[in-house]
Structures are given as structure tokens and as C-alpha cells.
Design a protein around this ligand. Structure first.
Ligand SMILES: [Zn+2]
Length: 313
């Protein structure tokens, strides 16, 4: 805007009604927040590549919704930093940082909607989009004393509009945990609980020489034996020094949180909630308000999985 037209624009502000003034103020604030979120999300954590052909030969191609667009020289497609990430195509960017704070504080969908001034359905959609990548971000290795246990829950069809589904017999759903003394947490959410499931998931994660602590008669004992790991019992442990009780309280607080704060969760989203809860504990020294926003932006290698998730959101 030229200087004279800008000055004439500013001079009109004095003549606005209070409603008009409030609307203008909201618009400006939204713009500022939107630009701030764009700045955060455009700050590269890795080299930007074309999300369609994975090459890095592109040119700047204007701006839209406060984000820089690019055009790939190889495949001619245009994209921005959020294309093919869980945040692609979501509107009202100015509220995303506030939403990230609501996730940090473990708010329900309704409470987050009120806090951010968005509709309930938007809040629901954002929650699961923001948490899409959370399931991939967990401990890669567990070592030293590793407490292995599981949580059994009943299948839930919360939110389902299909009346046949609602009357269906509820199966058992399991969350398998591995927690070491450095607060590394690894978990697996699954409808069944078999030796194969433990082997597939924990074999690569629990380091040799670890001491597996688990309940008596747990399948994790079999897992420890098969993999030549030392093991001992988590409950009624004769060596009380090795039992922290942390894993039990972790499980119990997760159950309390989903039942009391969130009033139950649908099984199809359980993994998202397990991962969301893990984030609180992983950052027990305090999660930054920006954390969930950063994590929502897909990391290159997760893009494929993220896209698969998006289909049913
Ligand atoms: Zn391309």
C-alpha cells in the first residue's frame, strides 16, 4: 500500500463504530497470529523437498494464506511447507498455536473449542490431525531396567452413529508398555495380545543386557527367556530396590485421564491418545506450547503414513 493511501486508511479508523473497530482488531490480531504460525512452520527442520517427486529443485511461486508457495521444476506441481502433512488444507492458522497449547494442557475437545473460539467439529478434526504423527515419535531403544507391562481396555465405539456397531460385543484392546529408568517410553496399541506382537515390537527396542521387570505369568517373561534377557517380577518383587512403581502409576493415570477428563475414547483413536499421553510424560520437565504444532508438521519419512491417516479424518 502506498504511503498516502495507508494514511487515509488509518485516518478512517477514528470514524469506526465500536463493533467495526472490534472486528478490525480481531482481523489484525488473527493476521498477526497467522503470520507467526507460518513463520514457525516454515522454519526448516530439514531440507525442503518437493512432496510429489522428492527433488529439491524448485522456485518461489508467490504467497497464499501467509505461506510461501513453491513450484517444482521437475514435476511442475506447486506446494508449500505443509503440503502432504497432517496440517495441509486446514484453515484458521491464527488459532493453531492456541490449539497446540490446549493439547499440551490435555483439554477435552469442547474445552479446546471454547478456548480457541472454534467450532466443536473443527476442534475434533484438529485434535486428530495434530496428533497424527505422535504415534511415530516414541523411544527407539530401552535399556537398563525395563518395566514391561500392559493395560487391558474394553473396545469403545464412542461417537459412532452406526447403531449396529453400538450394540456389538466389545472386544478387549491392549496397550503394551516398556518404560526404562531414563523415562524412555515405548508402547504398542493393539486389539489382540500375542507373543508374536511382543516379539515384533519389543525385540528391536529392548537392548541386550537389559533387565526386564514384569508381572508374574506375563508373556513378557517368555519374551525375556526367548531373547536371553534377564528378568524379574514387577509386583511382589523380592528385590524391592528394582521396582519403581512408575509404570503402574503411569497406566493408572492414563486410564483416569481418558475416563474422567475425556469421558472415554473411541478405540479407533486410542493410539492417538496413548501417544498424546506419552508426550506429557516424555516432557515431564514441561512441554512447550509449540511442541504439538511442530510435531503436527509431518517429518519427511512419516509423510506416507500421515497421508494414510488423513483419509478417514
Ligand atoms: Zn516435484
Amino acid at each position: 500500500m502506498k504511503n498516502d493511501s495507508f494514511e487515509s486508511f488509518v485516518s478512517k479508523v477514528d470514524n469506526l463504530s465500536s463493533l467495526e473497530f472490534r472486528l478490525l482488531k480481531e482481523k489484525i490480531e488473527n493476521k498477526i497470529y497467522s503470520k507467526r504460525v507460518s513463520y514457525i512452520l516454515e522454519t526448516p527442520i530439514e531440507e525442503l523437498k518437493c512432496p510429489f517427486c522428492n527433488l529439491s529443485d524448485f522456485i518461489r511461486w508467490g504467497k497464499r494464506n501467509d505461506m510461501q508457495r513453491y513450484r517444482c521444476k521437475a514435476c511442475s506441481k506447486t506446494f508449500n511447507s505443509l503440503t502432504k502433512t497432517p496440517l495441509a488444507g486446514l484453515a484458521r492458522k491464527g488459532h493453531w498455536l492456541d490449539y497446540s497449547k490446549c493439547l499440551r494442557d490435555g483439554y477435552s475437545i469442547r474445552k479446546a473449542a471454547i478456548e480457541c473460539g472454534i467450532h466443536y467439529t473443527t476442534s475434533f478434526r484438529w485434535r486428530h490431525r495434530f496428533l497424527t504423527n505422535a504415534k511415530f515419535i516414541k523411544a527407539k531403544k530401552l535399556g537398563g531396567i525395563v518395566e514391561n507391562t500392559f493395560l487391558k481396555l474394553k473396545e469403545s465405539f464412542k461417537g459412532s452413529k452406526n447403531k449396529f456397531v453400538v450394540n456389538k460385543k466389545r472386544k478387549d484392546v491392549f496397550v503394551l508398555y516398556g518404560v526404562d529408568r531414563n523415562n524412555n517410553i515405548y508402547d504398542v496399541t493393539n486389539k489382540g495380545f500375542s507373543m508374536g506382537l511382543i516379539d515384533r515390537n519389543f525385540k528391536q527396542v529392548v537392548l541386550p543386557n537389559s533387565l526386564v521387570l514384569t508381572e508374574k505369568q506375563s508373556k513378557f517373561i517368555e519374551f525375556a527367556k526367548r531373547n536371553n534377557l534377564r528378568y524379574s517380577y514387577l509386583i511382589n518383587n523380592s528385590d524391592k530396590l528394582t521396582y519403581s512403581g512408575k509404570t503402574d502409576s503411569y497406566k493408572e493415570s492414563f486410564k483416569d485421564w481418558i475416563n474422567k477428563n475425556l469421558r472415554g475414547v473411541a478405540t479407533k483413536y486410542l493410539e492417538n491418545y496413548v501417544s498424546w499421553f506419552r508426550s506429557f510424560n516424555e516432557f515431564n520437565s514441561g512441554i512447550k506450547d509449540i511442541t504439538f504444532l511442530y510435531r503436527a508438521k509431518s517429518i519427511e519419512k512419516y509423510r506416507y503414513q500421515a497421508q494414510k491417516m488423513l483419509r478417514f479424518l
